[in-house]
Design a protein around this ligand. Structure first.
Ligand code: KIV
Length: 272
C-alpha cells in the first residue's frame, strides 16, 4: 500500500487520480504558512490545502466571508515556499469567483501566478458547474467543494450537516455529478452522511476528499489546528490527535513564571 504517493516525484492531479483508482487513500491537510506546511508535509500530508478557514484560524474572523484574495495569495505563497513535493491547493475566497466564469478566471490567474500553487478550490455544486467548466477548459486544476460550504453560512444559518433529508440528498447527488462532469479534478465532501459520501464516491471517476463524510472517500482532509489540538474547540467530526494548545501554553506559563521570579535567564538547566 501507499506505493503511488510514496514516490520521490512531486504530487500531481494525475498521481491523486491514480491513487484513488488503486484504492490508495491520500492525506490532505490545511496549511496556512511555511511552518504548518513544513510540519504537515514532513509528517505525511500529500496535499496542502490553503483553506480560507485561515480567516478564522489565523485572522480571528468569525467566518470565512471576510477573507480576501490578497490574504489567500499571501498565505498560499508562504505554503508554496515551504513545500517540497506536496500538491498545493488554494481556496478561492468569497466574492472572488461567484459573479461569472470570467471573474473566476481572472481571480484564479492571480492566485496561480502570484502564489505558485497548483490548483484552486471553489465552493458550490450544480450552479458552479459552468464556472468549473470554463476554468478547466482554460487549463486550471479545480477542486470543487460541496455539502457544508462555509462561505454560504449566512444563507443556511448554521454549520450543520447537509444532505440529511431526501431533498438535500438528491441535490448533493446532482451537485457531485455536475462538478465531476464539468471537469473538476476532485471534490471535497464536507459534513454529509457517510452513506451519501460512499454513494457519491462510487458514482464519480474523480477523487472525493472527505471531512465529516465517513471513511469511504478517496482522501481525508482536516484543519491543521483542529488536528493538533490548537483550536479552542473542534467540530464533532474533527478529532484532535494531540494537545498542542496545552503544550504551548504550559511552556509559555513556565517561562513567564521564570522571568517574573528572576530564574530566567540565569537558570542553566535544560527546560525540555
Ligand atoms: O477552508 C478550509 O479549511 C476547507 C477545508 C475544511 C476543507 O475548505
Amino acid at each position: 500500500m501507499n506505493e503511488i504517493m510514496n514516490t520521490k516525484k512531486p504530487v500531481t492531479a494525475a498521481t491523486l487520480l491514480r491513487a484513488s483508482q488503486c484504492g490508495e487513500k491520500t492525506v490532505w491537510l490545511t496549511a496556512y504558512d511555511a511552518l504548518s506546511a513544513e510540519i504537515a508535509e514532513t509528517a505525511g500530508a500529500d496535499v496542502l490545502l490553503v483553506g480560507d478557514s485561515l480567516g478564522m484560524v489565523c485572522l480571528g474572523y468569525d467566518s470565512t466571508i471576510p477573507v480576501t484574495l490578497e490574504q489567500m495569495i499571501h498565505h498560499a505563497t508562504a505554503v508554496v515556499h515551504a513545500r517540497k513535493k506536496a500538491w498545493v491547493v488554494c481556496d478561492m475566497p468569497f466574492g472572488s469567483y461567484q459573479q461569472s466564469p470570467q471573474q473566476a478566471f481572472a481571480s484564479c490567474v492571480r492566485v496561480l501566478q502570484q502564489s505558485g500553487c497548483d490548483a484552486v478550490k471553489i465552493e458550490g455544486g450544480e450552479p458552479m458547474a459552468p464556472t468549473i467548466r470554463f476554468l478547466a477548459d482554460r487549463g486550471i486544476a479545480v477542486v470543487a467543494h460541496i455539502g457544508l460550504t462555509p462561505q454560504s453560512v449566512k444563507k443556511f444559518g448554521s454549520y450543520g450537516k447537509r444532505g440529511a433529508d431526501e431533498a438535500g440528498r438528491a441535490a448533493l447527488l446532482r451537485d457531485a455529478e455536475a462538478v465531476g462532469a464539468a471537469g473538476a479534478i476532485g471534490v471535497v465532501l464536507e459534513n454529509i452522511p457517510a452513506e451519501l459520501a460512499a454513494e457519491i464516491t462510487a458514482n464519480l471517476d474523480i477523487p472525493t476528499i472527505g471531512i465529516g463524510a465517513g471513511g469511504s472517500c478517496d482522501a481525508q482532509v482536516l484543519v491543521f489546528n483542529d488536528l493538533v489540538g490548537l483550536s479552542a474547540s473542534n467540530p464533532p467530526f474533527a478529532p484532535a490527535y494531540a494537545d498542542a494548545r496545552q503544550i504551548m501554553s504550559d511552556a509559555i506559563a513556565r517561562w513567564s513564571a521564570d522571568v517574573k521570579s528572576g530564574r530566567f535567564p540565569k537558570c542553566e538547566e535544560k527546560t525540555v
